[in-house]
Design a protein around this ligand. Structure first.
Ligand SMILES: [Fe+2]
Ligand SMILES: [Fe+2]
Length: 153
């Protein structure tokens, strides 16, 4: 369980770094830069919330995890490799948006809110809010993309 939270918080912090890196790459576009910085802030907050979950009394709070560790590890690797790519080769605005949408969509499926079975209802609500946050991220990114480029299919 704790290992699961470790990988999850690592993914959230990597997402935060990815958005910071993207914000820097699109700094000529103030509106998009602001959007990316807001997303970076949200991901930093997600990482903190997952770290909080890690230190809760595990057997009283959670019943189990619905997804395998390898799937999470794969996603972490993917996020880390995207971060490296962005560092070596700053993306265009279009590329940054597409990559961010792709990663957010994949992550929604393994989010703590959806992947964990909670015993505590309040905790469940708290983490499903976190998952909704990332759904909003996809919505915001898609809306921006559609306004300036052709719609994502
Ligand atoms: Fe997140
Ligand atoms: Fe997100």
């Amino acid at each position: 369980m704790q290992e699961f939270f470790d990988i999850c918080s690592e993914i959230e912090s990597t997402m935060c770094l990815i958005y910071r890196r993207m914000a820097h790459a699109v700094r000529g576009n103030e509106k998009l830069q602001e959007l990316m910085l807001q997303l970076a802030k949200d991901e930093a907050d997600h990482a903190n919330q997952v770290r909080y979950a890690r230190v809760l009394p595990q057997s009283e709070s959670f019943a189990g995890v619905k997804i395998g560790k390898s799937r999470l590890e794969l996603l972490l690797l993917k996020a880390q490799s995207l971060l490296r790519d962005l560092e070596n080769d700053p993306p265009t605005e279009k590329h940054a948006l597409l990559k961010a949408i792709e990663l957010e969509e994949e992550f929604i499926g393994v989010h703590v809110g959806t992947a964990v079975e909670f015993k505590d209802e309040k905790l469940k609500e708290r983490f499903s809010m976190l998952a909704r946050d990332d759904e909003k991220h996809v919505g915001t990114l898609r809306a921006y993309f559609n306004a300036f480029y052709s719609p994502v299919t």
